[in-house]
Design a protein around this ligand. Structure first.
Ligand code: TXA
Ligand code: MG
Length: 332
């Protein structure tokens, strides 16, 4: 066990030093916290898989502080990439490119001829990468299969004793992970919806893009995601009255995650977690709610409000579908 240190934003130079020494440092981004290590240090990268309990064939993204840093690994960035970078970086968009031969160790990419790159919109983290002078790998800083961390506390819960430190910059703003788009083939393919919507991307590229959930494509496909001990169920809007009646009959601990408006309409919830007003606040709070009801309250079941799959709703529903295994609440 090592001591996991908490760094304040103004202590980021110390965190950068640890990265240079091959240590693991969790870092803030606008989406979720990431688990960083020098992407050019194979030994350090191996330890990231260990700390997360992540299968070795599930590749890591490479987190950079400038588009220039990407060129070292891919050569000239293709036209789609340049357009998207200009519009959305730094920001919640991960781009997959073909890499130059031997540019990255196979341990980073899972042996793929491509790699995923991201420049997060967080000044402290951009500074850390700049000071370290090296790109860092940046998977979400949760134990593999568990909900992504949106606070330093979440990271500490999963990673205490396994990593050298956490840079704490408060709760993340977006709350769901970045949109991933694969630009390595003939057509751009979105493999994970995020805060940058499909429409926004199509507007910039001027062409239609494919949406292939990572269930079907990425190596990540075969693994469980956002999988708490509690059973998670989605609730259709028209069912809340029925849910309220049903809750009266339950002795098991059932947590409810919904907007204030829905929560106010229920009389029989004993355990609730507010998703705020709308899909923005719901996305920001989603992982925190699942973690709270699962880890702190030991709920047996968690019922969660659905949102229309438009804009940020694409990302929110993608995470909810995964966390629930696509199961919807019904009286049966
Ligand atoms: O918002 C985010 O993207 C966060 C923050 C910390 O930056 N990071 C994140 O990393 O969500 P992670 O590892 O949890 O998710 C990245 C996904 C994984 O599902 C991985 O399989 C996929 O990206 N990926 C990485 N490299 C890939 C590649 N070369 N081809 C296809 N998929 C890839
Ligand atoms: Mg993850």
């Amino acid at each position: 066990m090592e001591i996991t240190k908490i760094y304040k934003p103004d202590e980021v130079a110390q965190a950068a030093k640890e990265i240079q020494l091959g240590e693991l440092i969790a870092f803030p981004t606008e989406t979720v916290y990431g688990l960083g290590a020098d992407a050019t240090n194979e030994k350090a990268v191996r330890r990231v898989f260990q700390a997360k309990g992540r299968p070795a064939n599930n590749p890591l993204n490479v987190t950079v502080c400038s588009p220039k840093m990407v060129e070292r690994f891919v050569g000239e960035i293709n036209e789609w990439g340049q357009k998207l970078i200009k519009q959305f970086w730094p920001g919640p968009l991960t781009l997959i490119f073909k890499t130059l031969p031997h540019a990255l160790a196979p341990v980073v990419t899972g042996g793929l001829p491509t790699a995923a790159f991201r420049m997060p919109d967080n000044q402290v983290t951009l500074k850390m990468i700049e000071l370290a002078g090296t790109p860092i790998v940046g998977p979400s800083a949760n134990s593999s299969g568990k909900p992504s961390p949106t606070t330093a506390d979440h990271v500490f819960h999963d990673m205490e004793g396994k990593i050298a430190g956490i840079v704490d910059d408060g709760p993340t703003a977006v709350g769901v992970e970045s949109t991933i788009i694969d630009l390595s083939g003939d057509t751009p393919i979105i493999t994970r919806p995020g805060a940058i919507s499909i429409k926004a991307i199509e507007d910039v590229l001027g062409i239609k893009v494919l949406l292939k959930d990572d269930k079907d494509v990425a190596p990540a496909a075969q693994y469980k995601h956002y999988n708490p001990d509690a059973q998670v169920l989605m609730v259709n809007d028209q069912d809340w009255d029925q849910v309220d009646q049903w809750l009266k009959t339950q002795n098991q601990k059932v947590g409810v995650m919904a907007t204030d408006k829905v929560l106010d309409s229920l009389s029989n919830t004993k355990l609730q977690f507010s998703l705020g007003q709308d899909v923005q606040s719901a996305s920001k709070r989603f992982f925190a709610g699942i973690r709270h009801l699962d880890n702190d309250e030991h709920a047996k079941m968690i019922l969660v409000q659905k949102f229309p799959e438009i804009g940020l709703g694409e990302a929110y529903m993608n995470r909810l579908e995964k966390a629930s295994g696509n199961q919807t609440w019904s009286l049966e």
